[in-house]
Ligand binder design. Structure first.
Ligand SMILES: [Zn+2]
Length: 283
């Protein structure tokens, strides 16, 4: 699953690389699975007609979904799910297996969507459809939303209304969008808070530490261009992996020394996933 820092890296890459470009052709490839990620449009031609000839004016993001604003007023929305990959390539570069959609630009270059597990979803939305998407629950916190909407006092308020172990709350997509087990474990380690501490039993200093750790972890991951681990590691718009995995302090480090206190990092099962923490540094 792509998480918020990786999606933000892609958003910034798209801003640099494709704003101002005009779409010459929008091809849904002929492989059997290609239409599955564009299923909303029913026919290849419907999707093509909405994209061909349009200019990309601006890049936005709504939660985990990338939004490419078109000069027709519509928005090309790209949800990469848990397995999608977005690549900017030259027109003559070899197609990777599982390439399903290819946008070619009038001045050259292509945007390709590759997805071995078909969890992505692409659609061209009208302004009304976009509004419906933005207005539909869940109203999850987006810590990287522009305009500093996510403040410490807001975070503190919403935590008091819940009575959930802190880690379970952090990875709940209806509470915060785009934050999975990896970042939850890193954030709670940085904050010095045990993963099972109930959210409504934190001091205001604890809440402040979690808030700071969350913002710091996300910003540092973006600076390192994301975390690339697991079976389908993250790659940026140019196909390059991120480097934040080198800086991880607890995730998948069970049995290794804590970088802060030298105690062994522990792994326990929690919320249906493996949780990693330092029993000495986190209380
Ligand atoms: Zn420690």
């Amino acid at each position: 699953m792509l998480e918020l820092p990786e999606i933000e890296v892609l958003k910034r890459d798209l801003e640099k690389e494709i704003v101002g470009r005009r779409v010459k052709t929008a091809e849904v490839r002929s492989n059997r699975n290609a239409m599955k990620i564009v299923k909303r449009h029913g026919r290849r031609k419907d999707f093509q007609d909405l994209l061909e000839g349009t200019k990309i004016d601006k890049i936005d993001r709504f939660g985990r979904v990338l939004l490419l604003e078109l000069d027709t007023g519509n928005v090309f929305s790209i949800d990469l799910g848990g397995s999608g990959l977005l690549l900017k390539t030259g027109g003559s570069e070899e197609m990777e297996t599982h390439t399903h959609v290819v946008l070619s630009f009038t001045i050259g270059g292509q945007l390709r969507i590759i997805d071995p597990k078909l969890t992505s979803e692409l659609q061209v939305l009208t302004p009304d459809e976009l509004k419906a998407l933005r207005d539909a629950p869940p109203f999850a916190i987006d810590p990287l939303a522009p305009g500093m909407q996510f403040t410490w006092s807001h975070f503190s308020g919403v935590l008091q209304d819940r009575e959930t172990p802190m880690r379970a709350l952090l990875i709940d997509g209806s509470f915060i969008c785009g934050l999975g087990p990896l970042y939850a474990d890193e954030i709670l380690f940085t904050a010095g808070i045990r993963p099972d501490r109930p959210s409504n039993q934190l001091s205001s200093q604890d809440v402040r530490r979690i808030y700071r750790a969350l913002m710091e972890t996300f910003q540092e991951s973006i600076k390192a261009r994301g975390t690339s681990v697991g079976e389908l590691p993250f790659r940026d718009l140019h196909g390059e992996p991120g480097a934040y995995q080198i800086e991880l302090k607890v995730y998948r480090r069970e049995g290794e020394f804590c970088r802060r206190c030298r105690h062994d990092i522990q792994k326990v099962e929690m919320d249906g996933t493996d949780a990693y923490f330092c029993p000495q540094c986190q209380s």
